[in-house]
Ligand binder design. Structure first.
Ligand SMILES: [Ca+2]
Ligand SMILES: [Ca+2]
Ligand SMILES: [Ca+2]
Ligand SMILES: [Ca+2]
Length: 242
């Protein structure tokens, strides 16, 4: 007769451990050879990977195709998640030379990573990371002490720009929510079948005091779409495949 309580136990367990519901799932193919981070899409893995849209206006007025358009590809190996991003931006703007001052108001690429795809709040924790990659390659996120920090050892990137088209090639090392700032931490070894919470975005500023647009890769329901820096529930889900 004890078994009649089992559904209740499961119900309680489910309520006490809210889990992200996977959405906007992308299958990511493994790279047989790691791409060379030179800002050129000539690597084998990019030939076979599919383009995904970077087209969701999270913040700011409607923008034209000339003002901004973007797309990206993904691949992975045991060491890193790789991202190839093509951004057309009419004006590249870097008004704050100090990478730790108003980093989101300069043109920058933003990579959201939730290593264990747990979802949940990450504003001032390492439950997930919101890496801002500046035009000069500096990588910034807020730490648990609520202060911005450089995470340049988490992300290697290379950007080439020809006229208005920038190509970014990015390698992201993944760290879990046990990450401790200022201590030694080991990056995760990636493997097939792993799920990663992920979104990509671009902050576009063409000369204003504050950024003009924030364009993301995932649809965010509701009025306030600028939630990625607070909640990992908004991230899509990557599924690592062979
Ligand atoms: Ca390359
Ligand atoms: Ca622009
Ligand atoms: Ca997490
Ligand atoms: Ca711009």
């Amino acid at each position: 007769m004890k078994n009649i309580y089992l559904p209740l136990v499961f119900f309680f367990f489910a309520c006490s451990n809210p889990k992200k519901k996977d959405h906007q799932i992308i299958d990511v193919k493994k790279a047989l050879e790691s791409p060379v981070l030179d800002g050129k899409a000539t690597d084998n893995c990019w030939n076979t990977a599919k383009w995904h849209a970077l087209d969701q206006n999270w913040l700011g007025n409607a923008f034209s195709h000339e003002d901004f358009n973007g797309r990206y590809k993904l691949c992975w190996d045991t060491n890193a998640l790789y991202i190839l991003v093509e951004i057309t931006d009419d004006i590249l703007y870097d008004q704050n030379q100090d990478p730790l001052k108003f980093w989101w108001d300069d043109d920058c690429l933003e990579v959201f990573i939730d290593e264990d795809n747990s979802g949940g709040n990450h504003q001032y924790s390492h439950n997930a990371f919101a890496y801002h990659i500046a035009l000069d390659g500096n990588v910034v996120d807020l730490g648990p002490d609520k202060a911005p920090r450089l995470y340049n050892h988490h992300i290697k990137s290379h950007r080439t720009t020809v006229e208005k088209l920038s190509t970014w090639e990015v390698a992201v090392s993944l760290y879990d929510d046990d990450y401790k700032d200022g201590k030694e931490n080991s990056a995760k070894v990636l493997s097939r079948g792993k799920k990663i919470g992920f979104a990509l975005a671009y902050c576009d500023n063409d000369g204003s005091r504050e950024r003009e647009n924030f364009i993301g890769s995932v649809f965010v329901p509701g009025e306030n779409k600028n939630l990625g820096w607070i909640s990992a529930d908004t991230f899509g889900t990557l599924l690592l495949q062979d």
